[in-house]
Design a protein around this ligand. Structure first.
Ligand code: ADP
Ligand code: MG
Length: 242
């Protein structure tokens, strides 16, 4: 059982104060959705959790199983069990998906046995063409291939808690369904804890949130169950931000 605990988080993007006191607790096996309009600070929240350069935590804490994350560099947060699927996946020229996973799993001291077979099995499961496994990460991939690749990496690296920043942006309905279902399966099979950041409730058809939070102007302005997403769909963000 793991717990990501975010307390009174204030953060800047560049020189601008964006997050103004976020509280969230994500436990193993739970799916928490954070919904908010453009510019609300959703990507800033994911960047602050993961320690992305250019974002500064000015107050509050982020801990994973009572271990402070804020003082750790991004790679140590990853080794501790945090993983971020970015809204715009990074292209890594010259490094194949298989090479990347090989290195990342070696660094984690993971069992490397039958690695190629395991990657192949995950690729088949997520619907990623196996030929892409030997190509440079995300370079000249379609939107759907990028997010399938990111989901494959998530399944292979097996973190305790994942932050999905708009997994649903830049890919078609079929790819979204496959990726969302794979994450949902991970919550059941391996008790992955999920913070899923999104504008739209469409992804919830396959990745079922236990809790929904609405982020506006750098604060959580409402929290509830899945019914909150239905209310949002009906009334729009204005009902929560007025
Ligand atoms: P969301 O993901 O909810 O659309 P973001 O967290 O990306 O919102 O952005 C929140 C605000 O912070 C926006 O006004 C954006 O322009 C600003 N912002 C984001 N990143 C930076 C940065 N690196 N430097 C300055 N401002 C930034
Ligand atoms: Mg964003």
């Amino acid at each position: 059982m793991s717990v990501l605990s975010i307390r009174d988080l204030h953060a800047k993007a560049g020189d601008t104060q964006i997050l103004n006191g976020i509280n969230l607790t994500v436990r193993s096996g739970e799916v928490h959705a954070v919904m908010g309009p453009n510019g609300a600070g959703k990507s800033t929240l994911s960047a602050a959790i993961m320690g992305k350069p250019g974002y500064t935590i000015t107050q509050g804490s982020v801990t994973l199983d009572d271990v402070d994350m804020v003082s750790l560099p991004t790679w140590k947060r990853a080794l501790a069990g945090l993983h971020l699927v970015m809204q715009y996946p990074t292209e890594i020229p010259g490094v194949g998906i298989d090479e990347l996973l090989n290195e990342a799993l070696a660094e984690r001291g993971s069992n490397q046995a039958q690695l190629a077979e395991r990657i192949g099995a995950e690729a088949a499961r997520i619907g990623l063409d196996e030929a892409l496994i030997h190509r440079a990460v995300n370079v000249d991939f379609s939107g759907g291939e990028k997010k399938r690749n990111e989901t494959l990496q998530l399944a292979m690296l097996d973190p305790r808690i994942v932050v999905l920043d708009e997994l649903d942006s830049g890919l078609d309905i079929d790819a979204l369904r496959d990726c969302a279902r794979r994450v949902e399966d991970l919550t059941n099979e391996r008790k992955l804890g999920v913070l899923v950041i999104t504008h739209y409730s469409r992804i919830f058809a396959d990745l079922k949130p236990n809790f929904v939070h609405i982020l506006a102007k750098g604060r959580i302005v409402a929290s509830g169950g899945p019914e909150l997403a239905d209310q949002l769909e009906r009334d729009g963000y204005d009902a929560f931000t007025a």
